[in-house]
Design a binder for this molecule. Structure first.
Ligand code: PDD
Length: 282
């Protein structure tokens, strides 16, 4: 596996950084994850736009313009010997003596690597997954894709400990998102999504699901969703670049709707797959 570190392409095992990197010491950095199908990045412009938003949010100047990012990411993809990839991009505030305040004149650390992207099989999609619910105890800037993921990790591990795939988070009685995904609700044929805000990371998949709903006349509403609506949902989905659209069929041990992936999840997954293949062929 070939990685990228500060301008160099090199074997992943040879990519080394200082222990004083602020990413290591403080979690002072941001990241992106771009899915790649048949060596073509999916929605790269959208991911680069969100990357810039995260950089702006932590007051870190982008070390590259969009064209430069694109060129480096495409080269990293080309250098791998597998076709479907998940490209990880991480930028930290660089190496400096430990001090909370921003260092002056220090170049950011840029690290990228690619892993094989394994999407759900037809059997996994047909089965769906279970989830648990937890209070969302993260900070109030969840719209930034920060590398400091300790709260998300602890929340997600609770799901794993319960034999489930995801933790659905609720803040003050309202749905926010999953520990590593966005959450959609279906009730009476209407697709419901929590609104973009500082309380959730607006997923690239989330945006595409809403675009596809609009394009195909699927009734949908972007609005706050109460805990009661989550618990009485006909369908519950998790979405992300790696999970795509995955039906949650059990929440806290209680079946969601009929307890199997619902018709709208299946329809949206079909629309998503068709869209993906069209883009990849273009
Ligand atoms: N996570 N919300 C959170 C907290 C996430 O971590 C993610 C994705 C999403 C969905 O975003 P997108 O559709 O752009 O993947 C929402 C990625 C996959 C990760 O951290 O590995």
């Amino acid at each position: 596996m070939i990685a990228y570190l500060n301008g160099q392409f090199l074997p992943l095992a040879e990519a080394k950084i200082s222990v004083l990197d602020r990413g290591f010491v403080f979690g002072d950095g941001i990241y992106e994850l771009v899915p790649v199908y048949s060596k073509k990045p999916f929605r790269l412009d959208e991911h680069l736009r969100r990357l810039q938003g995260s950089l702006d949010g932590i007051r870190l100047a982008s070390p590259h313009g969009v064209a430069e990012w694109r060129e480096r990411i495409l080269k990293l993809i080309a250098l791998q010997d597998f076709a479907d990839q998940s490209v990880y991009i991480q930028i930290t505030r660089g190496v400096a003596p430990r001090d909370h305040a921003f260092p002056q004149g220090v170049p950011p650390t840029v690290f990228m690597f690619s892993q094989p992207l394994v999407t759900a099989t037809a059997e996994q999609k047909a089965a769906g997954v279970c989830a648990i619910s937890m209070a969302d105890n993260r900070w109030l800037r969840c719209n930034l894709k920060a590398i400091s993921l300790l709260a998300n990790i602890l929340l997600r591990q609770q799901a794993v400990d319960a034999g489930c795939a995801e933790t659905v988070m609720l803040r003050d009685g309202y749905l926010t998102e999953g520990a590593a995904s966005n959450i959609f609700v279906v009730k009476d044929g209407v697709l419901l999504a929590p609104p973009p805000s500082n309380l959730i990371l607006t997923g690239i998949t989330y945006d595409l699901v809403l675009e596809l709903a609009a394009a195909h006349g699927i009734p949908h509403e972007v609005r706050v969703i109460s805990e009661a609506e989550v618990r009485n949902a006909d369908e519950l989905w998790m979405t992300s670049s790696t999970k795509e659209i995955m039906a949650i069929v059990k929440l806290d041990g209680v079946p969601v709707g009929a307890g199997v992936p619902g018709p709208l999840a299946q329809r949206m997954d079909a629309l998503y797959q068709t869209f993906k293949h069209q883009v990849m062929r273009a």
